[in-house]
Design a protein around this ligand. Sequence first.
Ligand code: AHM
Ligand code: MG
Length: 335
Amino acid sequence: MGKIVSVQRYLVETQKALPDATGALTGLLWDLTIAFKLIASSVNRAGLENILGYEGEKNPTGDDVTKLDRFSQDTIVRMMEHGGHLCCMASEEEGKIIPIPRRYERGKYVLSFDPLDGSSNIDANVSVGTIFSIHHRRTAEGTDGTLDDVLQRGRDLVAAGYVIYGSSTMLVLSSGTRVDGFTLDPQLGEFLLSHPDIRIPQRGTIYSTNEGYEAYWDERTRKYIAWVKSREAGPYKARYIGSMIADVHRTLLYGGIFLYPKMFQRSGRGEAKLRLLYEAAPMAYIVEKAGGIATTGEEAILDIVPEELHQRVPVITGSPHCVNEYLAFYRGERA
Ligand code: AHM
Ligand code: MG
């Protein structure tokens, strides 16, 4: 039988291994785990508390906001704004950066998050999740954080991860060296290390995409998908939940490829769906740290310098072998 390691112990041990660590990142991550537990407990009781259903508002990119989205948003803000670790926050649910109230200290980190990704699936009891990422601030310490602090490349992240509220609640986290997964013991209320050092399989045979939009894709992506279904070695299996966290989490554990390419609708201008700061970059960080690839087809997602808070990018990510196969089609090397 292996060791039992709580997330608290793990964070302290990880900090000890970094000679310059002051404990601020450990404190920040620890506070976040409390917010995740609060959200997990609400997500699990959602039907009972009669808080399901649409609130009727739209978020900054035009999607409906559910009550649990709002609850998750408020929980993270209320948990994180007074800790003294952050200079500002940014959320998929807010149009502008979220300042730290005057009465609290400003810290050296920036937190970006999607409080409840995949929330349109909640009424059907499908897995949803929280995605988060942490950068060092770029502006002077002690001052209010600015847009400049938030608009940083995924490559410069200090830590990122996600929580999946599924058949069990799992936290998947990386602070740069490796990716570790923790499962919430609901009786104990603790995240325990259950998936140490997650490595994505080099190759896999599952593809995951919303094939209903095939008519909107570019020709090369269409050819690639036609190929995965007609391979001599046997077709890939299709799996698509429609909740990025769940689809990417499965890809991380079982291998394969997840694609949300640009869509070319009548306007002719290609448009992506997933948000760089809150969805694409943190998930790309986890996949890369686990040995996978995350690309737009043109460039590594982690290399994109965000120009605006709600920028959207294509996401093609997964096992290196599978993503390289996609890239061969996308670059026209295969047809
Ligand atoms: P959300 O942030 O509004 O929940 O939207 C993001 C979600 C992702 O989790 C998922 O990959 C994607 O939207 C599914 O989109 P579609 O329904 O177009 O396939
Ligand atoms: Mg989202």
